[in-house]
Ligand binder design. Structure first.
Ligand code: ATP
Ligand code: MG
Length: 204
């Protein structure tokens, strides 16, 4: 549910699987920026992973739901699973904008590295007009501000914000690899997610 007049954070990703790095970053940004809630939106067909084999979207959504269920500020959204074709962030934000009205501010949370690539995303200008970006700075990646200003003009400084966040050296890639190798993923993902992965026999 999206209510009018709120500040909402959005974490998009493949979440294959969702892990504590995603959760820690989202909670840190929510607290630092005073956001009313965070929506976790698993991509059905990520434009960046079209050539990669990923776990079916329903299962990635199920893990996302389990991961967020104990945080009253978090919610998992199936908005990209309901849409056919490639899951473009610009379409998702456009749909959320339409649903929540002009008083709600949307903050898309992602790494500085991803924001530096924003000009190459689908419909980047419409996207940045319709939401703000929070660059969660990890691994010392700085925002390429001259390049972004050149492309987006004044919208760059108005809608792109930097926040230094604590770093958890975890990625879904490493988790999938550890499972394949029979190693522990305890404390890297919520225990409910770990249990789901085991029951479903994922990533082996
Ligand atoms: P993969 O290794 O499969 O690419 P990932 O761990 O990078 O997975 P994604 O689902 O691709 O996870 O990422 C979704 C979002 O989460 C991206 O914005 C990414 O920058 C961010 N993210 C990924 N890992 C972390 C982490 N450890 N801490 C903070 N943010 C993260
Ligand atoms: Mg990634």
């Amino acid at each position: 549910m999206v209510l009018a007049g709120q500040s909402i954070g959005i974490m998009g990703g493949t979440f294959d699987p969702i892990h504590n790095g995603h959760l820690l970053t989202a909670e840190y940004v929510r607290d630092a920026c005073g956001l009313e809630k965070i929506m976790f939106i698993p991509a059905a067909n990520s434009p960046f992973k079209l050539d990669q084999k990923v776990v079916p979207a329903e299962k990635r959504l199920a893990m996302t739901r389990l991961a967020v269920e104990d945080n009253p500020y978090f919610e998992a959204s199936d908005i990209e699973l309901r849409r056919a074709g490639v899951s473009y962030t610009s379409d998702t934000i456009h749909e959320l904008r339409r649903r929540c009205g002009k008083d709600t501010v949307l903050y898309f949370i992602t790494g500085a590295d991803a924001i530096n690539e924003l000009p190459a995303w689908h419909e980047p200008k419409r996207l940045l007009e319709e939401c703000h970006f929070i660059a969660a700075t990890r691994q010392g990646t700085a925002l390429a501000l001259p390049h972004l200003r050149d492309f987006f003009g004044s919208l760059c400084d108005e809608h792109i914000h930097q926040l230094t966040t604590p770093e958890l050296e975890i990625s879904s890639t490493v988790i999938r690899q550890r499972i394949r190798e029979g190693r522990s993923i305890r404390y890297m993902v919520p225990s409910s997610v770990e249990e789901y992965i085991r029951k479903e026999g994922l990533y082996r």
